[in-house]
Design a protein around this ligand. Sequence first.
Ligand code: HEC
Length: 137
Amino acid sequence: MLRIIWFFCVSLVALAFVATTIQARPGKRYDKTTNTCRILTSAKLNWNSDHWGLGAKKFKEVCKSCHSRNNGKGAKFLYMESFSSKGWNKVFARKRKKCARDGSWNVLTAEELLVVNDYLYRNANDTYDPNDADTCG
Ligand code: HEC
């Protein structure tokens, strides 16, 4: 009996460890600004689909127009893995970063901001999972 309890505890600790260190590609994102749950299904986020393409495209077109490497605009180099999923959510929910406050984001519609957030959330620095069919190969 003691062995069973021991095994259970060890498994639980191991599971908690795995759960906190690796996050599979998230399939959902709670969006604070709209108080909605956004479904990030692979069909929707397929590279060629409009939805997925739009988030990646707008990030490149708008955010990376300043946050590229060696930009002369005083903006830090940013890419999707610059933050964790939660970190990106904060950036978009709080809108306190310099560029969000000075109107540089205004070229994007509210919906476009949501899909840029979706895109970054799903590809953040803590979402890599080698066992996920989505990321292998
Ligand atoms: C017109 C140029 C410009 C555009 C467009 C722009 N930014 Fe910025 N951003 C800046 C500048 C300048 C700063 C302040 C310096 C810094 O922290 O990089 C900044 C700061 C930030 C920071 C804080 C960086 C840190 O580590 O503290 C984040 C995050 C950020 N921007 C994200 C974005 C996102 C996401 C977009 C697109 C929706 C975007 N920016 C579009 C110029 C821009």
